[in-house]
Design a protein around this ligand. Structure first.
Ligand code: ATP
Ligand code: MG
Length: 581
């Protein structure tokens, strides 16, 4: 049994479901995940997916993937495809077997039910519970009133059943232009719940639909289509975010008004996920994509599932994150560091370690024989010894990080400096004996060192201590790779909620992407494929980008090894990145 099932979460929705299972209220537990295909899925959706699929999994049930595609204007097949891919990836190896799809293996679509939903609308008309209204949108708004005062009934509210049926059929036949008529349910124009003031359930839209083509020119509203899609699929628990709480009486009203023969689904609401330093609104994410402020929906800086996958976040880390944040009724803001923590914990167990030098500084080991190569043993993953060891070549010229050398080392700096000895990871102890500078800029371009042959493998037989171990790559054996480093997409915690008059885009972090094109890496990286993740020792976890080729290998930094950001913030804005000796 997987760890995730053993650590079965508990929350108020799961408590309700458990009680229903005990009392055998339903033949089985059926949930659904109903995205509107008008954007890519983000980490908020991932929370909803984990909840819905988790409940199905824990109760031997099923969770349907359903595209909630009732608005032809904003939806697109690109989104249908990306959503399907993302859901399958996120639940892969965990809840695949509870994924509810149509017999042909494709997701359910609300648009598949357009005929059935239309028939339900006719039923409501026949029961005298729905009417065709000719009010303009403006008038309808005026008649609707405000929550504190009752609204006014539409002059079309008392049309006969026959007249309503005739008009509704002619709406469907395309006899009327957009916006001229709607179908509304007859509930209560005085209700304090505005959603019960005779809401519209159908509107005219002469627009082609990405699934149903030109078959329809009237489309059901979300509130009408959703409860009926749930009913048609035999959903038991229809779980959504809190903003739908006020819609619940309408959800129940429609199902009850139809006097349906089978058990009815019920809606439950939970608080949506908000994460710091990013935005979650699909409209805002779309704006970033369309204005090319990011490199597409799957840009590794985006909070999208596809962006996180491209960045190297394992699906299991997103699920662990969802488990840790839990499910509640109060909206809150989760620190992005928690997500990064989950990613780090996950990759620590699985990622193979290698050495790579992001900003190379050439080092010549003067007393090492020219043309000779040492094959040194290195552990692939100290957290998982079954991952074995590998050979790392060492030779006379190596690269180290520019950051690992200081000509005049500050007090806390224990790495390489003139006259100082450090350990080269897996290799030898070396002492810096000289340096070469660029005559124009004065920058250090090359170091000279001597090594101690008695310290092979980094051991010190005489017990002498060095304060620092640094990573390195043999110049003659190095593989050239390109690395993209990422930082927070936004500089402020909540760019979605900012002062009036300001635009969220003003808070974009201009330094969120740094591309390093001259990175030197160990030869094991010669043969990598998209999606592979490695730990570059001391630097973080790095994932091979899908655009990587054998000639030009590209890595994305998934996450650093430690939480630099939290430390920087603690120190106050503008502080230097913390360094360790
Ligand atoms: P829109 O911004 O267009 O209203 P949405 O973010 O609500 O879109 P949907 O496609 O309607 O996106 O969402 C699909 C499901 O995911 C819904 O059940 C919704 O409640 C849930 N969901 C959306 N955003 C979040 C979030 N931030 N946290 C948790 N669940 C979410
Ligand atoms: Mg929505």
């Amino acid at each position: 049994m997987s760890e995730e099932i053993v650590n079965k979460p508990s929350d108020f929705i799961r408590d309700i479901v458990t009680a229903h299972v005990v009392e055998k209220k339903y033949p089985g537990i059926v949930t659904r995940f109903p995205p509107e295909p008008n954007g890519y899925l983000h980490i908020g959706h991932a929370k909803s997916i984990c909840l819905n699929f988790g409940i199905a999994l824990e109760n031997g049930g099923r969770c349907n993937l359903r595209m909630d595609d009732t608005n032809p204007a904003k939806e697109d097949v690109e989104y249908v495809d990306s959503i399907t891919t993302d859901v399958k990836w996120l639940i892969g190896g965990w809840a695949d077997h509870v994924l509810g799809l149509k017999p042909d293996g494709t997701p359910y679509f609300a648009s598949d039910y357009f005929q059935a939903i239309y028939d339900f609308a006719e039923t409501l008309i026949k029961k005298g519970k729905a009417y065709v209204c000719d009010l303009s949108a403006d008038d309808m708004e005026k008649f609707r009133g405000v929550p504190e005062r009752p609204g006014t009934e539409s002059p079309f509210r008392n049309r006969s059943v026959d007249e309503n049926l005739d008009l509704f059929r002619r709406m469907k036949a395309g006899d009327f232009p957009d916006g001229t008529r709607t179908l509304r349910v007859r509930i209560d124009m005085t209700s304090p719940n505005m959603w019960l003031r005779d809401p519209i359930i159908y509107r005219i839209r002469h627009t082609a639909h990405h699934q149903s083509g030109n078959a329809w020119c009237i489309y059901p509203m979300y509130d009408f289509a959703h409860c009926l899609s749930d009913y048609l699929e035999g959903i038991t628990h229809s779980i959504c975010t809190l903003e739908f709480e006020v819609h619940r009486p309408l959800y129940d009203w429609i199902l009850e008004a139809l006097e349906l023969p089978r058990y009815l689904p019920h809606q439950y609401e939970f608080a949506r996920l908000n994460v710091t330093h990013t935005v979650m609104s699909k409209r805002k994410l779309l704006e970033l994509v369309e204005k090319k402020l990011v490199n597409g929906w799957d840009d590794p800086r985006m909070p999208t599932v596809s962006g996180m996958r491209r960045r190297g976040y394992p699906a299991s880390s997103l699920r662990e994150f969802s488990r840790r944040i839990g499910v509640g009724k109060v909206e809150n803001m989760i620190d992005l560091s928690l997500l990064e923590f989950c990613v780090r914990e996950d990759l620590n167990k699985t990622a193979l370690r290698v050495m790579a030098v992001l900003k190379p500084l050439k080092v010549v080991i003067d007393n090492y024989p020219d043309g000779h190569t040492d094959e040194l043993d290195a552990v692939n993953n100290p957290e998982d010894l079954s991952a074995g060891t590998r050979k790392v070549p060492f030779s006379r010229v190596i690269y180290i990080e520019q950051d690992d050398f200081r000509e005049e080392p500050p007090k806390e700096f224990f790495r390489l400096a003139p006259g100082r000895e450090v350990r080269l990871r897996y290799a030898y102890l070396v002492t810096c004996t000289g340096l070469v500078k660029d005559p124009v800029t004065g920058a250090v371009t090359e170091l000279h060192c001597t090594y101690d042959p008695a310290t092979r493998g980094g051991n010190t037989p005489d017990g002498r201590k060095v304060k620092s171990t640094i990573h390195w790559v043999s110049a003659a054996h190095a593989v050239d790779v390109e690395v993209s480093l990422y930082d927070r997409l936004f500089t402020c915690e909540d760019p979605g909620r900012i002062e009036e008059g300001k635009d969220f885009k003003e808070f974009l972090n201009q330094g969120s992407l740094t591309v390093l094109s001259a990175v030197k890496a160990e030869p094991v990286l010669e043969h990598v494929k998209a999606g592979d993740v490695y730990q570059f020792e001391r630097l973080g976890y790095f994932c091979v980008d899908p655009s990587s080729t054998s000639d030009k290998k590209k890595f994305n930094r998934t996450v650093t090894l430690r939480d630099d950001w939290a430390k920087i913030e603690k120190k106050g804005a503008g502080a230097q990145k913390p360094k360790r000796g």
